[in-house]
Design a protein around this ligand. Structure first.
Ligand SMILES: [Zn+2]
Ligand SMILES: [Zn+2]
Length: 1012
């Protein structure tokens, strides 16, 4: 015999081991480069990568999920021959990076950063990006993600910054840019405002002080307004108390005024509508510190759901408060500075933080005798998404882009986008309808420098490019290392209006400007000349060799055919991209979006390092393997949270093992038979009905899986695969065992075809395992499954598939019936009756599968129908008549009507009014489903019992063979105990055949086996 053609497989795969081996082979063979070469000039598939923030030093499993989906669909498109860009992106400036560096350096405030020095601080930030991008790249490669690593885009490159500048200039030219003076959410630690889209998902449960405080009325001696607040630090900024003019207010015996509706059980001395309270003046709680006039104002939005119905108004500490101040001409008192500490005009509060002040304020109010009650209040409260400091409100001057004219355009653009799942597109619409103007400025350091140079003459200079900056610079160009603080702050420009030198504002931009511009900055929009390696500018110098393409290239690749990120990106990256694209081109930057929900741990809890339930991707690679992770990711429906963990991984491994065993089964028998298939002859000509079925079944799987990929739904592909795998292993292989033992070429050829084709379908999802098995199974074809392309197959014969599906259904029902009977599967039975389906030409198969002698088609009379009244429904309806109906049903005196109705004791009963049970009569086991009913005759005779014993013996002997480690082809001598002499006499030949015995002896009282 020649050398076996197929490399034998171990009993189970070592995923991490084979994955590392595949990575080495891909690297050595240049597989990815060959794939790109092969597809170059093909149809184009434009994917744009949402940048991952380069601030972590290992890949997280959350990021691995998104990266897997991106990789799956890029690989699928590659199999389809599409040329692609494969450009990865890193978000590389902004607060995330800054906060990490601050932590590393132990810096706690902006003052400390400035003392540390902005130049060195910028270098440290860049260093984080360098280390993080290396680590993330390593993790992604290990995950199997194929990208053009090393040619990444980094958002801190001067090129990217210039593109944002250009966009901002265009916004300014259209008059949408303005400096707003308004109340905004503010992180006191980061010392900057936070924009609306950054608040989403940043609410946490918190217990805050809950205070009821008296405001003594000036004109009404001994009377008070009572207000409720959960932010004591805002009380020194109080200027007004708001009442609902429509609501009724009442005075308690102790002089306290509150809304009657809040205290319906209390007695009041005097009642008045809220409108009559308006204009009353009162003494503020901190009039000893601030001298402000306090009065009662009307506000329709005063809620009667909590508090006292009288609302404390501090325009310097709240958005609505600030708006009310504009309407009512109230004074705006701003109590705290950028770091959230009281200004020095606030006496003993000076220098305290808002939380430090709370306790002292409570004590002070108590001393003054105006504190009614102090406790704690549990509520949802927003915190900074980067540093988790509770946010406060401050009045600040921030730069905004007005969305008034853009809103409808963005909605129109979004209407052209195909969202999966669909509801995420609706979420985007909701967001667009409700979004406020975009607050783009942050008072920070390591970010996009906003190119705004407001001049004292009133003119706002907005610089749109580096060239423009150079042309208008007055000084400082020689030291301009990067378009970044602190260097750029030393370059004043000449005012276009009056010619005076003007300085840049200190603010940097929202990071979502950096990420949103990517469809323009990476594709060379309006760039005259292609610049090789032109993306590696500024901080990105030396970190990437990405080109800066020209405008023709942008025309080719814009808009993206597909993008994919987590749902939260609707208001972040998807939004910022859409925003900029609508500003620059009036159209959406992507045609299709795949969004997905959150990742939780396997028990459904959020993953938090402090809870000890996070899984570093590195651990997952080593303990489950990248393919197993990818399976979990790919099988996850995007509209549900993914419960990720080692438990689900074991489940995946079990399924993968079934597939592995199918391949191993083939390899073992093909080697024995010296079967040598050729790539040329992949499409088999199947003769046997079962073989024909497997070929058609495989074609159907290919077609269904392709449809799943085309819908951007990998879970559909995985579901199809699981059903297919069951058909392959539990039907085809099981039904064909004997033919493999006999080395029948037809069976081997068809099984080989099925396995090879399924590898191609699964290659995008399980790139390691499939390529490993490909190299085992395909000896003379393409060297990698990833270079083999998508199989081109004809339409499957669906009629044949339906026919066998019906057979499998009958067998499944037969098994169910058997399992209820308590009779072993190995025990042959006499008869099966099948009703409700035709089994043309398949009676023998069914008989064989279920181990029955005879299969009959016809009405199943063995069924006993039991109908009982559904008392909770029928009782109230029939009342006294129920007794008669119940008796008739119990006695079996009823008639079955169409549509599940019954007639009993002269009453027609609806399907929901009865409980129906179909059971087997004595001596029968029955099962039914989908209109098919099967009944197994459970009667046994001596003949059947003896046959059952023979099956048992065969099973024992084969287990022994395995235990002894015999090869599949080893022949044996079998010794059967004396007690089973009759069995040996009657069924000896058959038993010998089944266990490959060359001789059958009867002796002793033990089953013995030796190699012959
Ligand atoms: Zn913060
Ligand atoms: Zn000027």
């Amino acid at each position: 015999m020649r050398e076996p053609i197929f490399q034998p497989l171990p009993d189970k795969p070592d995923h991490p081991g084979l994955e590392r081996e595949m990575l080495e082979r891909w690297e050595a063979e240049g597989t990815f480069a060959k794939l790109r070469e092969q597809n170059s000039g093909g149809p184009r598939f434009s994917f744009i990568d949402g940048p991952v923030t380069a601030n972590r030093f290992s890949l997280g499993v959350h990021t691995a999920w998104g990266r897997t989906l991106k990789d799956v669909f890029q690989r699928y498109k590659a199999l389809r021959g599409f040329e692609q860009r494969y450009q990865n992106g890193f978000d590389s400036q902004g607060l995330w990076i800054e906060v990490g560096v601050e932590r590393e350096l132990g810096l706690n405030s902006k003052r400390e950063i400035e003392e540390f020095g902005l130049e060195e601080f910028a270098r440290r930030c860049r260093d984080v990006v360098v280390r993080s991008s290396e680590a993330l790249t390593r993790g992604s490669v290990r995950l199997g993600q194929w990208m053009d690593w090393g040619r990444d885009y980094l958002t801190f490159s001067d090129t990217n910054i210039e593109y944002v500048w250009r966009m901002l200039k265009s916004v300014h030219e259209r008059d949408w840019l303005y400096l707003g003076h308004r109340s905004t959410e503010w992180c006191p630690r980061c010392g900057t405002s936070i924009s609306q889209h950054e608040l989403i998902g940043s609410y946490v449960d918190r217990a805050d002080p809950s205070l009821f405080v008296r405001f003594p009325l000036l004109e009404r001696q001994g009377e008070y307004l009572v207000v409720w607040t959960t932010t004591p630090w805002t009380l020194p900024a109080n200027v007004a108390a708001a009442v609902n003019p429509e609501a009724e207010y009442g005075r308690r015996a102790n002089g306290e005024w509150v809304a009657v509706g809040r205290y319906p059980d209390e007695r009041f001395e005097e009642k008045r509508p809220g409108a009559e309270l308006v204009g009353w003046t009162y003494r503020g709680p901190f009039d000893d510190i601030t001298q402000v006039e306090h009065r009662v104002i009307a506000w329709d939005d005063v809620s009667l759901d909590d508090g006292t119905g009288v609302v404390h108004i501090a325009p310097g500490c709240g958005t609505e408060d600030f708006e009310l101040a504009q309407v009512h001409g109230l004074e705006v008192v701003q109590p705290v500075d950028e770091a959230g500490r009281f200004y020095d005009g606030f006496g003993w509060l000076h220098g305290l933080s808002t939380t430090e002040a709370a306790e002292q304020i409570i004590g002070n109010l108590e001393e003054k005798g105006v504190l009614v009650e102090a406790g704690l209040h549990e509520h949802r409260y927003p915190e900074c998404w980067r540093c988790h400091t509770p946010l406060i409100f401050r009045i600040a001057d921030d730069w905004f882009i007005s969305v008034r004219e853009l809103r409808q355009q963005m909605l129109d653009a979004n209407a052209t986008v195909e969202w999966t799942p669909e509801y995420m597109g609706k979420r985007m619409d909701d967001w667009l309808r409700n979004m406020g103007d975009w607050n783009i400025s942050r008072r920070r350091y390591y970010g996009l420098p906003l190119p705004f140079y407001p001049c004292s003459c009133g003119h706002l200079n907005v610089i749109g490019s580096r060239r423009e900056l150079e042309e208008r610079a007055v000084a400082g160009l020689e030291q301009l290392e990067e378009l970044r603080r602190p260097w750029i702050d030393r370059v004043p420009v000449r005012c276009a209006e009056c010619g005076k030198p003007v300085e840049r504002i200190k603010e940097v931009g929202d990071v979502w400007l950096d990420a949103g511009i990517v469809p323009f900055s990476t594709l060379g929009w309006q760039n005259d000349e292609w610049v090789p390696e032109g993306y590696g500018t500024g901080a990105a110098k030396g970190l990437t060799t990405a080109d800066l393409p020209d405008h023709a290239y942008w025309e080719t690749w814009f808009p993206a055919d597909w993008v994919s990120e987590m749902r939260e990106q609707i208001r972040l990256w998807f939004y910022s991209q859409l925003f900029m694209s609508v500003v620059l081109t009036g159209q959406a930057p992507f045609r299709r979006v795949l969004g997905y929900e959150k990742m939780l741990d396997e028990s459904g809890r959020e993953m938090h390092a402090s809870w000890g339930n996070t899984i570093p991707a590195e651990d997952a690679f080593e303990r489950m393997g990248a393919d197993v992770m990818r399976w979990q990711f790919a099988a996850q429906p995007p509209d549900r949270n993914l419960l990720f963990g080692f438990g689900p991984a074991d489940e995946v491994k079990r399924k993968l093992l079934t597939f592995w065993h199918s391949v191993k089964f083939f390899v073992d028998y093909a080697n024995i038979a010296d079967f040598r298939p050729t790539w040329e002859g992949l499409e088999p000509e199947a003769v046997e009905p079962l073989d024909r079925w497997l070929v058609e079944r495989t074609r159907a799987f290919l077609a269904d899986a392709a449809a799943g990929y085309e819908r951007w739904l990998s879970p559909d592909v995985m579901r199809d695969f699981e059903v297919y795998l069951d058909d392959l292993s539990n039907w085809y292989i099981r039904r064909s065992r004997r033919r493999f033992w006999d080395g029948e070429e037809g069976a081997l050829r068809v099984l080989w075809y099925a396995l090879v084709q399924s590898l191609r379908v699964l290659a995008p999802i399980l790139p390691f395992l499939t390529d490993h098995l490909w190299r085992t199974l395909v000896v003379d074809g393409p060297e990698s499954v990833h270079l083999a392309g998508w199989p081109d197959v004809s339409e499957p014969d669906r009629a044949l598939l339906d026919e066998i599906a019906a057979v499998r259904r009958v067998v499944e029902l037969g098994r169910q019936a058997r399992s209820t009977s308590g009779i072993k599967l190995r025990q042959p039975l006499r008869r099966l009756v099948v009703e409700g389906t035709s089994l043309d030409g398949h009676l023998e198969e069914v008989a064989d599968e279920l181990r029955v002698k005879d299969v009959e088609l016809g009405p199943v009379e063995a069924v006993q129908l039991r109908v009982k009244p559904n008392l909770p429904v029928l009782g109230p309806k029939l009342g006294r008549e129920l007794g008669a109906v119940r008796e008739a049903l119990a006695a079996g005196e009823f008639e079955e009507l169409p549509d599940g109705r019954f007639l009993a004791a002269g009453r027609e009963l609806e399907p929901d009014e009865v409980l129906v049970e179909r059971g087997g009569r004595e001596g029968w086991a029955v099962a039914s489903g989908d209109g098919v009913t099967v009944a197994l005759d459970l009667g046994l005779d001596d003949e059947l019992v003896l046959e059952g014993e023979a099956y048992e013996l065969i099973h024992l002997a084969n287990s022994l063979r395995k235990e002894r480690g015999l090869e599949l082809t080893d022949r044996i001598v079998l010794t059967v105990p004396e007690a089973q002499r009759e069995l040996a006499d009657r069924h000896g030949d058959w038993i010998s055949r089944e266990v490959l015995a060359t001789e059958l002896r009867v002796a002793g009282d033990e089953l013995l086996l030796e190699k012959s």
